[in-house]
Design a protein around this ligand. Structure first.
Ligand SMILES: *Cc1c(COP(=O)(O)O)cnc(C)c1O
Length: 810
C-alpha cells in the first residue's frame, strides 16, 4: 500500500481542507473537539476511498465472506488505532505539531461508541481488528444504538446512571446507506400459497419497520484489507407511518408511532441482569438478523445469481452468542418463501452457513422466549422453528427411542418456551466455547445433550485480544522498548513477542521496563486524581480489579481482602505489606441491586481507608468511574497485579486477564477460564493461583456439606469480623450499612464461595506481593508474561476460526 500521506505538507493540506469544509472556519479558530472531528473525518474518508479501490480488484468467485453477527461491538475510540494500522501516526503527529496541535490530546477527545457492554462486545471488536489484519474478509453486523449502556457517575459512593448520548457530537466514522435499507416485518398472520405443486408462505398485515444501515470502515494493520462494520438503525417505514393521524392533525399520535419504531434501536440492553425476556429486545434481535441476512443475500445474488446451493461456499455466517440465533431460520424463510428453494434444501444451506459461539455456562443466562410472545411477533419464523422442531423429535426418536431426557435438554420448543441456545445448535454446523475449560463444561454439562448427538460440531476457540490496540496503542513506552529490542515484526505477528524471552534477564531491558511501568502508573495516577480525586503514589503496587460488576466475578472477595489487611494493620498484628493501591472499575447493570451495593461498598471502604492517616501510606483504594475501552487503555498498562478471581467454572474465558498479562502484569487468579491456559504458557511458578478448582467447586456443591454460617462462626475474630463490619456501622459513614450484602451471603449460602476461597486468596496475595521489592525478579517475570502472551493475540484466534469453522485459507 502506498502511504496515506506522502509528506507532512500533504497531510496538513488535506487536514485543513477537511476542517474548513466541515466548519467554514480556519483550523486555527476551531476547538480541539472540532479538530479531532476533522482529522477523524479525513482518515475515515481515506479509509473509504481505499476500501473502494480494494473492492474494484475483488474477485467474488475466489473468496468467501464471513459475516459476524453480534448485538454488540465494543469498538472503543478508533483514530489512534487507525493511524497505527495505516502506518501514518508519525507523519500525522508531526503535521499536528506544525499546526500547533497535540495529536495525543486530539486522540483523547474521541468518545467511546456506546455499542457494547463488556467482554462479549469487546471480543467482537478485537475480531474485526484481527480479521482485517489477517486479510480475512469478515464484516460485522450489529445494531446502531442511539444510547449506549449508561454513563456511570459515582455520587456519595453510589453508582448513578446518566444517559450515554454518545452520538451527540456526531460519529465521524459512519456513513448512512439509505439505499440499502431493508423492510422488516413484525406481526400479522401467515398465509399459505400453492402453485404447480410447490407451496410457500407470506406474512400478511405485518407492520413494517425500516432498517437503515450505517457503515463503518474497519482498517486492517498495514491498510491492505479494509472491511466493513454494518450497524442497523430502526426507522418508521413510510407505508406504515400513521398517515391518518398525521393528516388529521394528530401529530402526537403520529409521533408516538414513530417513537415506538425508533425505540427498537434506541438503547443497548445490559447483558447480565435478567433483562432479556423483554419484547423490545426480541425486536432488536430480529431486526438486525432480518436486515443483515437480507443484505447478504442481495450481495450474493448480484455476484452469483440464484445459485443458492453454493451459498455456503461463499458465505459464512457467525453468530456471537444466541442473540443472532434467528439467522438460520431467517435464511430459510427467505430461501423458501422468496427464492423458491425447497424446505429441506434450505435447511441444509442454512446449517452449512451458520456457526455459533457460546459465551456462558450458567443455565439461568441462557436465552428463552415465551412461545406466545414469539409466535405473535414472528409468526413465519415460528412456523419454521416449529417444523424443524417436529423433525428434530423424529430424529431423536429414530436414533434413540424413548429418550425424553434427551429431548428435555435439546428441544427448541419446550415448556412453552423457545430456547435460543437449542435453535443455535440445530441451525448451525459448529459450536465453540471460548476457553478449554469452558468448552469442556459445555460438552459435559450445559450442552451435553447436543454433545451426545453431534460431538463433531464442538470445538474450542480460546479468546484473544488485539495486541495492537492493547499493547501498541495503549502502552506506547513499552511498545517502543519492545520494538527497539526485537524489531517491529510483532505488530504483524504477535508470536514474535516470544523473542523477548532473551531479554528476561537483560538488566538494561528490565530497567527500561521499570521505567515504562512508572510512566504508565504516573499517567494513570493523573487520570485517577482527575476522575475521582484519589491521589496515588506511582511507587505503590497497582493492584487492579477492573471488569463488569457481577457476583461471580467476586469483587466482594477483593473487598474482603482489603478489609482484612486494613484490620490487621490497625490492630498491630505485625503484618508487613508493600504499599498497595487497589484500583477498581466497572459498571453494574441498572437493575442489578447486589452488584450496585458492592460498588457502594468499595467506595465506602475507600472513604475509610484513604482518610485514615495510620494506614494511608500503605493502602489506598480507588474506584475509577465509567469503565470503558478508552480508560481501560490507561489502566491495563499501569497494572502490577491482575485480579482474575471468579469462582472456578464461572468465567467462560475472560480477556482482561490476557490484556494485563501482555502489559507485564502478574496474574493473581483462580483456575478458571483462560487463566488455566495462561498458567500453562507462563508456567505455574509465574502465576499466583489459589482457591478451589472447577471440580472441587462442583464436588463441594454436590456434597451439600458447605455452610456459610460455619465459615463465619469458625473464625469470628478475623473473617467473622469482616462480615460483621458490613452492618456494624464501621463502614457506614459515607452512605450507610450493607445489610443486603450480608443477607445475600447467608440466605444464598455464599453461592459465590467468597468465604470458601478467602484464606487461600489472602495468602496468595501475600505471597505474590512479598516479591515486589525484588525488582529484578519481579520485572523479569513481568517481561516473561509479555513474552508468552503472543498466543493470546486475537490474530491467532481468528485464524483458528477461519481454518476450522469458516473453512477459509488465508
Ligand atoms: C476487555 C474488556 C472487558 C472484559 O473484561 P473481563 O475481565 O474479561 O470481563 C470489559 N470491558 C472492557 C472495556 C474491556 O476492554
Amino acid at each position: 500500500m502506498s502511504p496515506l500521506f506522502s509528506s507532512t505538507e500533504e497531510c496538513i493540506n488535506e487536514f485543513t481542507t477537511m476542517a474548513e469544509s466541515l466548519y467554514a472556519r480556519k483550523i486555527s479558530h476551531l476547538t480541539h473537539q472540532e479538530c479531532f472531528y476533522a482529522l477523524a473525518s479525513l482518515i475515515a474518508q481515506k479509509a473509504k476511498t481505499q476500501q473502494a479501490a480494494i473492492l474494484a480488484h475483488h474477485d467474488a468467485h475466489k473468496v468467501k465472506d464471513v459475516y459476524y453477527f453480534s448485538l454488540e461491538f465494543l469498538i472503543g475510540p478508533l483514530l489512534d488505532n487507525y493511524l497505527l494500522n495505516f502506518g501514518c501516526r508519525d507523519v500525522v503527529k508531526e503535521s499536528c505539531e506544525k499546526l500547533g496541535l497535540n495529536l495525543d490530546e486530539l486522540v483523547s477527545l474521541e468518545v467511546d461508541p456506546g455499542l457494547g457492554n463488556g467482554g462479549l462486545g469487546r471480543l467482537a471488536a478485537c475480531f474485526l481488528d484481527s480479521a482485517a489484519a489477517c486479510g480475512i474478509r469478515m464484516h460485522g453486523m450489529g445494531m446502531r444504538y442511539h444510547y449506549g449502556l449508561f454513563r456511570q457517575v459515582i455520587e456519595g459512593g453510589r453508582q448513578v446512571e446518566h444517559m450515554d448520548n454518545w452520538l451527540e457530537r456526531g460519529f465521524p466514522w459512519e456513513r448512512k446507506r439509505t439505499s440499502d435499507a431493508v423492510l422488516v416485518p413484525f406481526g400479522g398472520h401467515v398465509e399459505r400459497h400453492d402453485k404447480d405443486g410447490r407451496f410457500w408462505f407470506t406474512q400478511e398485515d405485518a407492520a413494517y419497520v425500516k432498517a437503515v444501515p450505517y457503515d463503518v470502515p474497519i482498517v486492517g494493520f498495514g491498510g491492505e484489507t479494509i472491511n466493513n462494520l454494518r450497524l442497523w438503525s430502526a426507522q418508521p417505514a413510510e407505508q406504515n407511518f400513521n398517515l391518518a393521524a398525521f393528516n388529521a392533525g394528530n401529530y402526537a399520535e403520529a409521533m408516538r408511532f414513530r417513537d415506538d419504531v425508533e425505540a427498537i434501536s434506541q438503547i443497548l440492553y445490559p447483558n447480565d441482569s435478567g433483562e432479556h425476556g423483554r419484547l423490545l429486545r426480541l425486536k432488536q434481535e430480529y431486526l438486525f438478523v432480518c436486515a443483515g441476512i437480507h443484505s447478504i443475500l442481495d450481495t450474493f445474488e448480484k455476484e452469483h445469481g440464484s445459485a443458492w446451493d453454493s451459498l455456503p461456499q461463499y458465505v459464512a455466517i457467525h453468530t456471537n452468542d444466541t442473540h443472532p440465533a434467528l439467522c438460520g431460520p431467517e435464511l430459510m424463510r427467505i430461501l423458501v418463501d422468496e427464492k423458491d428453494v425447497e424446505f429441506s434444501d434450505a435447511f441444509e444451506i442454512a446449517r452449512a452457513c451458520v456457526s455459533y459461539t457460546n459465551h456462558t455456562v450458567m443455565p439461568e443466562a441462557l436465552e428463552c422466549w415465551p412461545i406466545s410472545v414469539f409466535r405473535q411477533l414472528l409468526p413465519r419464523t415460528y412456523m419454521i422453528i416449529d417444523e424443524m422442531d417436529k423433525r428434530f423429535h423424529e430424529l431423536i426418536n429414530e436414533k434413540c427411542a424413548n429418550r425424553q431426557d434427551l429431548l428435555a435438554k435439546t428441544a427448541m420448543l419446550w415448556d412453552d418456551k423457545v430456547r435460543m441456545a437449542c435453535v443455535s445448535m440445530v441451525f448451525s454446523h459448529s459450536v465453540n466455547g471460548v476457553s478449554e475449560l469452558h468448552t469442556k463444561i459445555l460438552e459435559r454439562e450445559t450442552l451435553n445433550g447436543f454433545y451426545e448427538l453431534w460431538p463433531e460440531k464442538f470445538t474450542n476457540k480460546t479468546n484473544g485480544i488485539s495486541h495492537r490496540r492493547f499493547l501498541a496503542n495503549a502502552n506506547p513506552s513499552y511498545a517502543a522498548l519492545i520494538s527497539n529490542a526485537i524489531g517491529t515484526g510483532w505488530l504483524q505477528d504477535a508470536r514474535e513477542l516470544a523473542k523477548l524471552s532473551a531479554f528476561e534477564h537483560d538488566a538494561a531491558f528490565l530497567e527500561g521496563f521499570a521505567q515504562s511501568k512508572r510512566i504508565n502508573k504516573a499517567r494513570l495516577s493523573t487520570y485517577i486524581e482527575h476522575a475521582c480525586g484519589v491521589k496515588l503514589d506511582p511507587s505503590m503496587i497497582f493492584d487492579v480489579h477492573v471488569k463488569r460488576f457481577h457476583a461471580y466475578k467476586r469483587q466482594l472477595l477483593s473487598v474482603f481482602k482489603i478489609l482484612d489487611i486494613y484490620a490487621r494493620l490497625k490492630h498491630h498484628t505485625g503484618l508487613h505489606i508493600e504499599p498497595t493501591a487497589f484500583i477498581f472499575s466497572g459498571k453494574a447493570a441498572q437493575s442489578y441491586t447486589y452488584a450496585k451495593e458492592v460498588i457502594r461498598l468499595i467506595n465506602s471502604v475507600a472513604d475509610v481507608v484513604n482518610n485514615d492517616p495510620e494506614v494511608s501510606d500503605l493502602i489506598k483504594v480507588a474506584f475509577v468511574p465509567n469503565f470503558a475501552v478508552s480508560n481501560a487503555q490507561y489502566i491495563y498498562p499501569a497494572c502490577d497485579i491482575s485480579e482474575q478471581i471468579s469462582w472456578a467454572g464461572s468465567e467462560a474465558s475472560g480477556t482482561s486477564n490476557m490484556k494485563l498479562m501482555m502489559n507485564g502484569a502478574h496474574t493473581l487468579g483462580t483456575r478458571d477460564g483462560a487463566n488455566i491456559e495462561i498458567a500453562q504458557l507462563v508456567g505455574e511458578d509465574a502465576i499466583q493461583l489459589f482457591g478451589l478448582n472447577a471440580k472441587e467447586v462442583e464436588d463441594l456443591r454436590a456434597s451439600g456439606s458447605y455452610w456459610a454460617w460455619d465459615r463465619y462462626n469458625r473464625d469470628r475474630l478475623r473473617l467473622g469480623r469482616i462480615v460483621d463490619s458490613l452492618t456494624d456501622g464501621s463502614l457506614a459513614h459515607l452512605s450507610g450499612n450493607f445489610e443486603s450484602i450480608k443477607d445475600e451471603l447467608f440466605t444464598n449460602n455464599d453461592h459465590d464461595l467468597v468465604l470458601a476461597d478467602f484464606y487461600s486468596y489472602v495468602e496468595a496475595w501475600k505471597n505474590l506481593t512479598e516479591h515486589y521489592t525484588d525488582a529484578h525478579a519481579w520485572n523479569s517475570e513481568a517481561v516473561h508474561n509479555t513474552a508468552q502472551s503472543g498466543y493470546f493475540s486475537s490474530d491467532r484466534t481468528i485464524r483458528e476460526y477461519a481454518r476450522d469453522i469458516w473453512h477459509i485459507g488465508s
